[in-house]
Design a protein around this ligand. Sequence first.
Ligand SMILES: *Cc1c(COP(=O)(O)O)cnc(C)c1O
Length: 404
Amino acid sequence: MNCGSDQVIYMDNNATTRIAPEVVDAMMPFLTDCYGNPSSMHTFGGQVGHAVQDARQAVAELIGAEPEEIIFTSCGTESDSTAILSALQTFRDNRHVVTTRVEHPAVKSLCASLTSLTGHKHRVTSLTVAADGTLDLDQYRDSLSDDTAIVSVMWANNETGVIFPVEEMAQMARERGILFHTDAVQAVGKIPINLKENAIDFLAISGHKLHAPKGVGVLYVRKGTPFVPFLNGGHQEQGRRGGTENVASIVGLGRACQLAAETMEEENTKVRGLRDKLEKGLLATVPKARLNGHPSQRLPNTSNISFEYVEGEAILLHLNKYNICASSGSACTSGSLEPSHVLRAMGVPFTAAHGSIRFSLSVYNTEEEVDFVLDKIPAIIAELREMSPFWEPEKMKQASGDGS
Ligand SMILES: *Cc1c(COP(=O)(O)O)cnc(C)c1O
C-alpha cells in the first residue's frame, strides 16, 4: 500500500508522527534476524536482551532518569493507567485524585471510571484553567487534602501546547506526602526534561508522538516510589510489567530518544520559527482569527487557532483537498458536534471553539509548506464564511457599526 506521504503536508504531529528513517533502520534487525526472546538464557536471545537494555539507557538519558526507573509498556495510555491505579492500590484509604479538566482521554476517562474499576468510591477534583489555558497554583494547593493519593497533571496539553508548571506542582504534592504523575507524552522530545532535579514520581511517554512506532510507551517510576503492577505475568521489566517485550518497537523508541536529544535544539529554533511564521501569518491575513492558549508558555510546535463563525470540520475537508493534514478542536461524538473539552474549559466562545484548528509541526516540515498553507487558508475561510448563517449577521453588524 502506498499512502502518498511524500505528497502530504503533515501538520498533525500531536496526533502521531512519522517514524524517523533512522528508527526504522535500528528496528529492522529485530523484525528479521534477531528474533530471540530477551529473557532466554542462550546467547541468541541474550543479545536481544542487551538491545532492550541499550534502549532503556537511551530513554533514561533523554529525561534524566536511571535505567532501572524505566518500564516499557504498550502505549502512553497504559502508562497513565498504571501510574494512577498503582497509587490508588498503594494508599487504599486515600480515595482522592487531583487532575485537570484538560487532560488527554487517557487520564480523563480513567479518572471518570475509577469507582467502577476499583470497586471503591473515589473523589476526583478536576482543576479548571484560565482563558489562556494555564492552571492556578493557589487553586491547586487548596485542592490537596489528607486523603489525596495522587495528582495527575499533564506536562503539556496536546490541543493547545500549553505547558503546566508540573515541577513546582510535584514539589507541593511531595510536601504533603502525595504521589505525583505527569502525562508527558507531548513534552518528551520537545522540551528539556530532567527528572533528577524534581519531585515527579511517575511520568508517561508514548513512542509514536516522538518519531518511534505506535504501540510502545514508557512509564518512569522514581526509585523508591511504591509500585503495584498493572499487568501481572512473567518477570519481565523486573516483575513490574508482565508480557514479552515488544523488542523492535522498544529498540525504535530508544533510537528515537537519541534523535530527540540531538534535534531538541532544532525543535526549539527551526520548528518554533516555522510555527510562529504560520501563526503570525494566519492571524494577520484572516479576520476574526484568534490564538487559543498562552502565547509563550507553550510547546514550540503547536498552534491552535480559532476561525470564528466556521466549522473546524469544514476547514479540514478543504485543507484535505490540498493534502494538508491538521486537526480540529471538536470531536464528532454520537452525531452531535461537541466542541473540545479543552477549549470549553478555557471558556472559548461557542462560535470560536467550533472553528478551531490545531496545527502541530515537526522537524520534517519546511518553509515551503508553511508558505503553501498560508497561501490557501484565507480563501478557504472566506468561502466558508459566505455560507455560514452565523457570519452573515456578524458581517452586517460590522458594516453598519451598530452593536445590536
Ligand atoms: C497521544 C497521547 C496519549 C496516548 O498515547 P497512546 O500511546 O496513543 O496511548 C496520552 N496523552 C497525551 C497527552 C497524548 O497526546
